[in-house]
Design a protein around this ligand. Sequence first.
Ligand code: ZN
Length: 277
Amino acid sequence: MMLINQKRIVLIFCLLFTSFVGQSTANLMTVIQIQPISGGYAIIQAQPGSKVLFRERNYAVDEQGFVAIPFGREVAGLHEITLVDRDRTERTEAIWIDTRSYVIQRVNGVDQSRVTPPVSVTDRITAEAVKVNRARSAMSSLQFWREQQFIRPAPGPVSGVYGSQRFYNGIAGSPHWGIDYAAPTGTKVIAPAGGKVVLAEADLYFSGGTIVLDHGGGLTSSFLHLSRLLVKPGDIVEQGAVIGLVGATGRVTGPHLDWRMNLHGERIDAALWLQAQ
Ligand SMILES: [Zn+2]
């Protein structure tokens, strides 16, 4: 199945700056990069040790003075970003996040046992989810996330996009979180940026051969449905290094690479990250 999302991603945004009088020593919060749309993110520069508060979550500014915050699939409209200094001084800025409509994608011909799994695999699926969640939540001091311009991990046309509502054999599944690149089994998958391998599993129930790379800063990439893994947990890979081969393992109808991004445990759109660099 080939479905190219032709929706143009609108990146027009406005930042409403609130003025603060009499805070000459105030810690400044500079938005150095932003994709102000559902599934996007902001990279903020501020003093190390301060925190950014967004949607009731705290994000620590790292030792280099940077932090990236995720906008989830359903996050849109007017929001506040608050910088909290080490001395607890607060500055708040308003941010507008564009709403986004997601395509509905019907995927038929999937092995029915991967759509409505038999009870016998319930424990396996649960255990795998715990393992993958732990890997996706990696938080290291690696700087690849900010220092490298990401490149696409596989060739081929885009056959699936972030956020789409999927129906597998007519049954509603969870949204699709990755970019799918349609490529033949055996096509090389490369690291879009440097990272540390935090998961390398040959046979997960839904995602088949799966690798998770930690790029630092709370950002991870996942690579799904691989036919072969060429790295192991703990390996540090350079950008462009071959990490595995495209396959058709797990819940699929044909060979492709599904590349997903997670920022501080929130799914973001890898296409936006790729585009903005
Ligand atoms: Zn996919």
